[in-house]
Every structure is written in C-alpha cells, then in structure tokens.
Design a protein around this ligand. Structure first.
Ligand SMILES: Nc1ncnc2c1ncn2[C@@H]1O[C@H](COP(=O)(O)OP(=O)(O)OP(=O)(O)O)[C@@H](O)[C@H]1O
Ligand SMILES: [Mg+2]
Length: 267
C-alpha cells in the first residue's frame, strides 16, 4: 500500500465451525496483503497452533520461553514486539500449547475478554494485523472479535454453514450488547475450499451466500487447490511459494478490498 495507515487495521478471521478454512484464509490473506506491500502481523490465537506450524514455527509451539500465553495473563508486563517472529512474508505471533488453559483462566480474570485489545493497543508499526481464531465461541474468540472489530468470515458451501453463521452473529450481537463501546462489523465472506464441478448443495449454498450477504459485503470464493496445501506444507502463503496458483487473483482482490476498507474508501 503506498501510504501508511495511521494505525493498523485489525482483521479477525472467525467461524467457530471446525475445518472451514480459517487458518488457510488467514495465512493467504496475510500473504496477499504483504504481497501488495503492506507490513502485516499474523496472530495465531488457536491453542491447537495449526497456523504456527503452517508458518514454519512448529518449534515455538512447545517452547518453554515467554510466549503469547504469558502476555495474555499479564498484558501490562509484555510487549507484543518481543514475542513476534519474522517470517519471509510477514511477522507471526505464534500460538503455544499452554494456550489451551487460557479459555478457563480468562473466565476469572479481570477484563478477560479484553486482553488481546490491551496487548494490541501499543502495536502500531503494521498496516494490518490478521488474527486466526480457534474453532469455538469461547473467550479467545471473544478477545479477537473485541480487539479487531473487522470480521472476515470463512464458510464452506455446505448447509451446516447456515447454523454456524447464525451462532457467530448471535455471539457478535451478545458482545456488542455487553460491551457498549464494541463495534464488530462483517467486512467480507469467503466461501472456502469450493470444489468444482459443484454439486447441488454447493450450488445452493453459493446462491444463499450471495442472497444473504452480497448486498452488504463482498462474497469471495477460494477453490480447493493442491497448490494452497503445498504452500502451507512449506510454511508459506501461495504468494511466498514458488508455484503458480490460479487463486492468487481472488486473494489479491480480498487484500485490495481490505486496503480500501482500511482507508475508509467505498468500493
Ligand atoms: N482452498 C483450499 N485448498 C486446499 N485445501 C484447503 C483449502 N482450504 C482449506 N484446505 C484444507 O482443509 C483443511 C481445513 O482447513 P483449515 O485448517 O484452514 O481450517 P480451519 O477452519 O482453520 O480448521 P480448524 O477449525 O481446525 O482451525 C486443511 O487440511 C486445509 O489444508
Ligand atoms: Mg484453524
């Protein structure tokens, strides 16, 4: 992006349903944003740490040192900059195995849903911060929704997505009702892992997404591609991996959309 944003645009990738492409979309959206010249921080908030592995930082997942877990427990004592690791394409704040305890521990902590927001307040030297959520509507996801406010929703073209999105929006409403200053906005929907030729269910769901969301937010479509998986297995987005992939254009459009939104431009 040619001109720097005054503060990072924070983007949360969330859908509590498991295996719908959250981490894949988070990685490749971060890669697309970086490829367009943005400074990006990618945060793995999932205690399972798949994105930490998917960016090549598997060793850090079980590292005994100071980590994201400690920062959540005591935000005023930690600086995110000290916990971030440089990747070829962007910076990464890895998850670690201790984060499994956080869901339970945050319940009894003061401002247990505002910890990520506190941690990100002083993080100003990025254009974009992209947060990958766990597959649950627990306190970690609440932290991400409240800290970021801009929601990218990955969803599969399956009937089960209807209930998943309904539950996600109920959670968003509940957070907005409980935190008067909270404003959480859906900014894009990405139908993930679409397989052609489409079957009836997929076709019906692509129409449903367009009907339900197309008027308000862009609906993107990322197809099932072995190159996406191979890039992941090499610790990179498709933009950092030396293999052609025909999904680069769509991901670049997702990144361009968020640049426009971040600048406050109507598209
Ligand atoms: N466009 C794609 N092309 C090929 N494989 C994909 C694509 N999107 C997702 N996958 C594969 O589908 C599986 C689930 O994707 P991913 O891990 O991104 O989902 P998730 O929502 O983050 O899962 P979890 O809920 O466990 O965090 C992974 O094996 C991933 O490699
Ligand atoms: Mg994931």
């Amino acid at each position: 992006m040619s001109s720097k944003l005054s503060e990072p645009y924070r983007l949360v990738v969330s859908n509590q349903k498991g295996g719908v492409g959250k981490s894949t979309i988070a990685l490749n959206t971060a890669g697309a944003l970086a490829n367009r010249g943005n400074d990006v921080l990618l945060i793995d908030l999932d205690p399972q740490g798949y994105l930490t592995s998917g960016t090549g930082f598997d060793d850090l997942y079980t590292d005994e040192g100071v980590k994201q877990y400690n920062a959540f427990k005591d935000p005023s004592e930690h600086d995110v900059a000290d916990l971030v690791h440089a990747h070829e394409e962007f910076d990464v704040l890895p998850a670690n195995i201790d984060m499994f305890n956080l869901e339970q521990e945050l319940v009894s902590m003061m401002q247990g849903r505002k910890r990520l927001q506190m941690l990100l307040e002083d993080v100003t030297d990025y254009d974009f911060i992209v947060v990958d959520c766990p597959p649950s509507l627990g306190l970690l996801t609440d932290n991400a929704l409240l800290a970021c406010g801009n929601l990218l929703i990955p969803a599969e073209a399956e009937d089960t997505s209807i209930r998943a999105l309904d539950l996600l929006f109920k959670q968003v409403d509940s957070l907005e009702a409980n935190f008067s200053e909270a404003s959480i906005n859906e900014q894009a929907l990405v139908v993930s892992n679409v397989d052609y030729p489409l079957d009836g269910e997929q076709r019906g769901m692509l129409e449903w997404f367009e009907d339900q969301f197309g008027e308000y937010i862009p609906v993107f479509e990322i197809r099932n591609r072995a190159a996406i998986k191979r890039a992941w297995n090499n610790g990179r987005s498709i933009f950092g991996f030396d293999e052609e992939c025909d999904m680069e254009d769509e991901l670049d459009q997702i990144a361009a959309h968020f640049e426009a939104v971040a600048r406050g431009e109507d598209e």
